[in-house]
Design a protein around this ligand. Structure first.
Ligand code: HEM
Ligand code: FES
Length: 356
């Protein structure tokens, strides 16, 4: 549903979300700073610069953790979809926070010598064979570079130029980036902190991210298995996928046939249509969306497609694959071979008559 390079338009909703993100990050940093002042006293006292650096680093780590939790949470409950809709803005805010953290760290630890601060960061500590004094900052630097690439390609301009699949692959780099940050923080904590609080927080965050991904993945596998188990009434290539009453009016249902791509079945105006489940934008699950104003509406960022031909309404031009579909008695059947994106397919009337 994009026209030119401005598919995900700026709107009031996004502005409100951005203000909330900015306030939440600022509040986190301020609270960390105040609590840190109270905690680090006497012989453990630290300078304002170190405290600010820690507050910024902790804030970036927490918001990266939240970003990684949003995907599986949105799969588990639609209540989290608004977060997914705005996730890219949170990603950019996370990069900026991490960048500030790095600037303060490099300035404070490497800015007062004769060497250029970046050279000093790369060359001063080369104890790669010692865990206790390993240059943990380099893990942070590598993570920051990945976050930079992701933040600078977050605009739909890049999505369009790299293609949905290439863009998605690039943005999967968030997982190696997270691993690098975890190594950075864990090794850094071993060297700079005497308490184990930081390590405990990191372990809890990693466990939460892992657990949510496993639970969401298992739920998806169960859904696939359920739809696969339904009795296949085969004949002339038609495959029985679900009952008519399994799909609510104005809603979709995701079905999975063998190991093929998932298919989204929609019920609208007493007729049934079938399209790919994969949104052209960022691969969102179309079958979890609804029909709004006669169009399939992706639950992630609201791109729309007409159910009868998988084409975005004008002025947009995106097309998705459609499937031949029919209703036999109270059962929905499809031919599980995707038709070229944008192919018109007559929706199947639920009473059996062709769609008027
Ligand atoms: C060039 C890149 C980076 C450099 C040079 C750097 C440097 C540092 C240094 C020196 C510390 C120890 C501070 C101290 O306690 O004295 C630290 C801690 C930390 N860094 Fe980084 N960092 C970088 C990137 C990142 C990134 C990308 C993230 C997260 C997204 C991050 C998150 C953290 C966290 C959470 C801590 C621990 C804060 C705490 O003690 O509460 N850093 N970093
Ligand atoms: S609208 Fe973004 S994935 Fe569908």
């Amino acid at each position: 549903m994009s026209s030119g390079y401005v598919a995900v338009q700026w709107n009031r909703h996004k502005r409100v979300y951005d203000i909330i993100v900015a306030l939440a990050l600022s509040l986190f940093i301020a609270t960390f700073f105040v609590i840190g002042r109270l905690m680090y006293r006497g012989e453990h006292a630290v300078s304002d610069e170190i405290l600010l650096m820690r507050a910024l680093g902790a804030c970036a780590f927490c918001s990266l953790t939240v970003i990684l939790c949003i995907g599986p949470l949105a799969r588990l409950s639609t209540r989290f979809l608004p977060l997914l809709y705005n996730r890219r803005h949170l990603g950019v805010a996370t990069f900026l926070t991490a960048l500030l953290h790095a600037v303060v760290a490099i300035g404070f630890y490497h800015g007062f010598g004769v060497l250029n601060p970046l050279r000093s960061l790369l060359e001063t500590n080369t104890a790669f064979d010692s865990l206790a004094s390993f240059p943990f900052q380099l893990f942070g630097l590598a993570a920051l570079l990945i976050l930079f690439v992701m933040a600078s390609t977050s605009h739909d301009f890049w999505l369009r130029n790299l293609g949905a699949r290439g863009w998605k692959r690039l943005h999967m780099l968030v997982y190696p980036a997270y691993l690098l940050v975890v190594l950075h923080v864990a090794l850094g904590a071993l060297q700079t902190q005497s308490s184990s609080v930081l390590l405990t927080v990191v372990l809890a965050a990693v466990s939460l991210v892992g657990l949510l991904h496993v639970v969401a993945g298992m739920r998806e596998l169960r859904t696939d298995a359920r739809t696969r188990d339904e009795p296949p009434l085969r004949g002339e290539g038609w495959v029985d996928v679900c009952g008519v009453d399994d799909v609510m009016e104005g809603r979709g249902r995701v079905v999975c046939i063998g190991t093929r791509e998932r298919i989204a079945i929609f019920r609208h105006n007493q007729s049934i249509s079938a399209t790919t489940n994969v949104c052209r934008h960022q691969g969102g699950p179309l079958g979890e969306g609804r029909i709004l104003d006669g169009c399939i509406t992706c639950p992630w960022h609201g791109w729309t497609y007409r159910p009868q031909d998988g084409t975005a309404p004008p002025p947009f031009t995106e097309k998705i694959a459609t499937y031949r579909v029919r209703v036999v008695g109270k059962r929905v059947q499809v031919i599980p071979t995707p038709l070229p994106p944008g192919t018109a397919v007559e929706p199947a009337r639920i009473d059996g008559s062709p769609h008027g």
